[in-house]
Structure formats: C-alpha cells, structure tokens
Design a protein around this ligand. Structure first.
Ligand code: HEM
Length: 597
C-alpha cells in the first residue's frame, strides 16, 4: 500500500515537473526589491517567470494550424494557401513608395527599437540548411523538420533571373521543442527576449549576459572609447554577417539584433551613452552611492525616459493620441497612474508581433540620408549595403549626420508600397542572398498558425465577411481585386495580408483590424508592468516623475550625439515653421537634482 502511494505521489510530482512553464526557470525573488530585475523575473510576484526570456507569445484568437497542432494553415478547400512570395510580388509593389512629410524617419526607427525591446522569435541556428547551396528547394525527403522555406515561383520578377527557387526560412521554436508548457493543445512559439519595455536591448536578457555589459565602476555600462566618444563594446565578428572583412567594426549590446541596420545601432548607442551620462551625474551628486546603487538608479531613469518617449511621443503618431487617451493607454495627468494589474500577462500577442506591428515594415526607406549641421542632406548610405554591417557609424561625422537624418528625413507611408531594399535587396551581403522581408513576414505568420483576417475582423467588431465584396467596408476596390486574384474564399485570407489592405484610420498609420490588435497590446504592455514609470511602485517620487515627463527624443539626440548643436523640439516630426530648430541647450529635459540625497 505504502509503495503504491509513493508511486502515485512521485508520478504526480513528475507530471508537474515535466509540464514546467516556458520562460526562465528556478527563479527566486528577492523580497521587495526596489528595482526591476534584469531578466524580467519577479516583476509579477505571483508568477515570477512571466515575461522572461523563452516565454510563450500570447494569442488573441485560437490558431488555425492545418492539423490543429503544428502544420501551416490550409485554405478551406484543403489546398495550400497562396505562395507567400507570390503574394508579396502581386500586392506589395516595389520601388513605388510615396513619402509623407508629416513624420520623420526616426518614427520608423524608434518603432523598431520598441519592437526589439518587446519580442524576438526564438529561431534554430542559422547553419541549418533549408535550401541547396545553389538556392533550390531541397528534396522533400531531405528537408529538416525545422525548415519552412518559401518556394519561389518560376515567373518571379526578380529571382527567376538568377534561377533561385528557394528562399530560406526556419520555423520558430515552440513549447514542444523546448519541452515546456506541454499540456497545451497546440504549438505556441517562444520569444527570445523579455516582454517588458525595459531597454533590455542594452542591458541584456539574462544576468549572465548583463555582467559582460557592465564596468562595475560608478554605475556605468561598458563602452569602447575612440576619438573621445563612447561606442558600444566590440563583438565577435560573426554577429556582423554583412561585414566585408574582419577589420570592420561589429558591436555588442543586450540584443542579438544590435547590428542589423545602421540607424538601429545609432539609437542603441545613444541609449548606452544616455545611461552613462545619467550615472556620471548621479555619482557627482551622490558620491556616497556605490556602483550598484548608481547603476540601478541610472537604469531606472533611462527606462522611464524610454517608456515615456515610446508611449507619449511615438505611439500617438502610429495610433492617434485621442484614441490612446480614450483607451487608457495614455493619460493626461501630472500625477501617478496606478493602473498595474497583476492578473495581466506581459507576454506579447502573436497577432501583434507577427501581423499588426510588422505592417510598419512598409515605413522603411532604403536610402538613409546624411545631413550636415546646417540641416542639408549632403550624402546617403544604402540599407542594402549596411545590413548587419555597422561599419559606417564611426566614419567621419557620419554618426551625427545619421542622427540628423533620423530627425529630418521624411519616412515612407504605411501602405502597400515597399522599398526594394526590404523586398528585393535585404541581407544580400549578410546571407549571400537577398531575402524578401514581406514574404518572410507572411510565411512567419503562417508558421505561427495565426487566425485568419476574417476571424480577427469579427473579433474586432467588424462584420464577418461572407463574400469578398464584404471586405469593401474597410478597403478600396483595387485592394480587394488583389485578394480576389490570390485567394479562393474570404476565410482563407491571411490576417497579415487582409489587415495591410485596409484603409488607414485618420491620424493613425493602420486600418481598424490592426489598430484593434495594437491597442490591445500596448494597453497590456503598460498595465502588466509593475515597474511602469507612472506607477508608484516604479520607485520614482512624484517630483522625479515630473522630470521624466520633460524628456524627449530630441533631448536623446542632443545629449548623446557626438556634437549635435541644433534640433527641433519634436524629433519625430520634420523641421517646419511650426517645428523649427533650436540650440540644443534650450531643449528642455529632466533636472536630476531631485535624485540628490
Ligand atoms: C530597417 C528597419 C527594419 C528591418 C531591416 C527589419 C527586419 C526584420 C526582420 C528580418 C524580421 C524577422 C523576420 C522573420 O524571420 O520572421 C523582423 C521582425 C519584426 N519586425 Fe522588423 N525590421 C525593421 C523595422 C521594423 C519596424 C519599423 C517595425 C515596427 C514599427 C518592425 C516590426 C517588426 C516586428 C513586430 C517583428 C517581429 C518581432 C518578433 O520576432 O517578435 N520592424 N524585422
């Protein structure tokens, strides 16, 4: 009898252990830590590993896997959905982008910073072959299970000229492959970064990584000094797959995508410099603070400034200020906003990361203009030459020229027109083959089994379409014609495709279905963060919070460029009569004297 009981108990225990939740393991929370952890653990005290590296994406709607569990979604007829590359070349016209002068390129680039801070599909290693070396599809019997390469149609307008028929793609790692959360009925994908908007892109995802980014002196982050300026520390060259030779620079920071494109690396460098400036000022005011205290206080300020810029300056341009206030994503207040909800998971919605937010790949421009101090563009570098190749940043005066470019160059419209550097010339030098980021986006959304456009429409309160023409309530006839030429039934239309064809709602960069997802995500991101800068639990005093609210993207540019002297007050908007350039000294910012002890 005793033996039987012991067997049952052990077995129950074994089952419990086997079904460990995805995310980091063996977390021990320090009681009442004043500061957020580096890896996101213990933000939620009831569920300490919520939002940590290797957490699952959340879902708004149940998935539509072909086999209900893992395989790519199928059309209602049981056939394959239209080819992702075919959709890309049919709908997302290349090289016909219109610019809009209302918004600066910094808006696109900061959007990428926000997304990198929130999620990153956890992928198998790059070395797995998913195409032959001469870019043909592998024989079906030889295809590794993790591959989901896109078969390029024979009549492809670009790749048929080089006889390529295979665009490499690997499937995202799921709970099943990592043997976590195994009681789920279907596959859920894992994110490689923590979900909080906490600048983990510069501070690291785990304590192990983090330690390699610190000096442990006076609260500063590790930098290399060259020409009297701070640069991100050097990295192993393998991270910079676009470099032409091993002498070229390569950087490391808290995120594996640090070197992906020059403007991204510029902003990451600015945040590291900003941390160090804050730390130096705090140390001067509080010489009795040790390295740890100075570091944590500087980090708290840096993250608060980032959260403030992201929500109060950037999101209104993407999602419309009025609606954001109405939906309680933003507040018109000088006080704290104590809206933390411990029952809300910080995890990123699959539909957000793999459909709605990717819409903004349409904003990317391939030509990055370089501006002189007088505000004139005198040079440019091309994205296609600089994927995973940050070499240009330290070239003569280019760093500041690119910062001015971010603030002055108009960004592209959010529409169906894509820069060829996104759909034809992406990562050529990096992977020795051009990929089409739009086709990959569609393929990735299918890899994750996302619910259909029609399902999401009805979830968002838009009438479910019975016929294709029912889609005309939110899109124009020419867009509908694309869908008619590609899909058999309204229920077949991919969310990422249907959503991208909707007319943008006034004062926003997206149509109603994507907006519905984006609002839901950004609401969740603020309310699920116990250390959100407007929460009293963040550790800021009200006086300090008021100072944080004086920060701006322009201040980030002014304080941390090499020698930026002039800047408009609204750095996400181009220079105009209403947004003229001022001396940097007159651009307001937080006064740190409220941190003096
Ligand atoms: C030059 C700029 C950019 C480049 C080169 C770029 C490139 C990429 C690439 C290669 C991926 C991964 C594709 C895959 O394998 O699934 C990706 C993912 C993504 N991108 Fe971008 N992107 C850029 C800007 C942006 C912007 C401006 C936004 C939004 C405002 C954005 C949102 C996203 C999102 C949400 C993901 C998925 C994140 C995740 O893995 O969870 N990207 N991007």
């Amino acid at each position: 009898m005793y033996k039987i009981l012991l067997f049952i108990t052990l077995n129950l225990f074994a089952t419990f252990n086997c079904d460990r939740e995805c995310g980091l393991e063996n977390i021990i929370c320090k009681n009442n830590s004043k500061y957020r952890s580096i890896d996101g653990s213990c933000n939620n005290l009831q569920n300490p590993n919520w939002g940590t590296k290797y957490s699952l994406y959340d879902r708004i709607l149940n998935p539509k896997y072909g086999d209900g569990v893992h395989s790519f979604p199928k059309a209602i007829s049981g056939k394959n959905l239209p080819n992702s590359r075919k959709i890309s070349t049919t709908i997302y016209k290349q090289g016909m982008t219109e610019t809009i002068s209302k918004i600066s390129l910094s808006t696109m680039q900061y959007g990428q910073i926000v997304t990198h801070d929130m999620s990153f599909t956890y992928l198998p290693p790059n070395s797995i072959p998913c195409c032959t070396t001469n870019l043909k599809m592998l024989d079906k019997k030889e295809v590794p299970k993790v591959c989901a390469s896109i078969e390029i149609p024979n009549d492809d307008p670009v790749y048929s000229y080089i006889n390529a028929t295979c665009m490499r793609m690997v499937r995202t790692i799921t709970n099943n492959e990592r043997a976590c959360s195994q009681s789920l009925k279907y596959d859920e994908q894992l994110s490689e970064v923590n979900s909080y908007l906490d600048l983990s892109i510069i501070y690291g995802q785990t304590y192990k990584d983090h330690k390699t980014l610190r000096t442990f002196i006076n609260g500063t982050l590790l930098v290399d000094i060259r020409n009297n300026r701070e640069w991100l520390p050097s990295s192993v060259k393998s991270l910079c797959t676009g470099n032409f030779n091993t002498a070229e620079r390569c950087y490391r920071s808290g995120d594996p995508r640090t070197n992906q494109n020059p403007q991204l690396t510029v902003i990451m460098t600015l945040w590291v410099r900003n941390h160090n400036n804050i730390a130096k000022n705090l140390q001067k005011m509080n010489p009795h603070w040790d390295d740890g205290r100075t570091f944590e206080e500087a980090r708290r300020i840096n993250i608060a400034e980032h959260q403030f810029i992201s929500y109060y300056e950037l999101l209104p341009l993407y999602l419309g200020r009025e609606e954001l206030v109405k939906k309680k994503i933003l507040y018109n207040t000088d006080e704290f906003v104590n809206d933390y909800d411990q029952n809300m998971r910080p995890h990123i919605y699959n539909e957000h990361a793999h459909s709605a937010f990717r819409q903004f790949h349409s904003l990317i421009t391939g030509k990055l203009s370089v501006y002189n101090p007088d505000g004139f563009s005198y040079d440019s570098i091309l994205l296609r030459d600089n994927y995973n190749r940050p070499e240009s940043l330290e070239q003569y005066k280019l760093f500041d020229g690119l910062i001015r470019g971010l603030s002055m160059q108009p960004q592209m419209e959010s529409d169906i027109y894509y820069d060829p550097d996104v759909t034809q010339c992406a990562f050529l030098h990096a992977f020795k083959f051009n990929v089409d980021i739009k086709a990959i986006d569609i393929q990735r959304a299918r890899d994750h089994g996302l619910a259909s456009y029609n399902d999401m429409r009805s979830y968002c309160g838009i009438k479910r379409a019975k016929n294709f023409t029912d889609f005309l309530d939110v899109m124009d006839r020419d867009k509908l014609d694309f869908l008619l030429s590609l899909y058999e039934k309204p229920d077949d239309v991919d969310l990422i495709v249907g959503g991208s064809l909707e007319n943008n709602i006034k004062d926003t960069l997206a149509g109603p279905t994507f907006l519905c997802i984006l609002y839901k995500q950004f609401y969740k991101t603020r309310r699920s963060d116990r250390f959100w800068f407007e929460n009293e639990a963040s550790g800021l005093t009200l006086k300090q919070l008021k100072e944080i609210r004086k920060f701006s993207i322009s201040k980030l540019f002014c304080d941390n460029g090499n020698n930026i002297t002039l800047m408009q007050k609204h750095g996400f908007l181009p220079v105009s009569e209403r947004n003229p350039r001022y001396r940097c000294k007159s651009i307001n910012g937080p006064n740190l004297h409220w941190w003096k002890e």
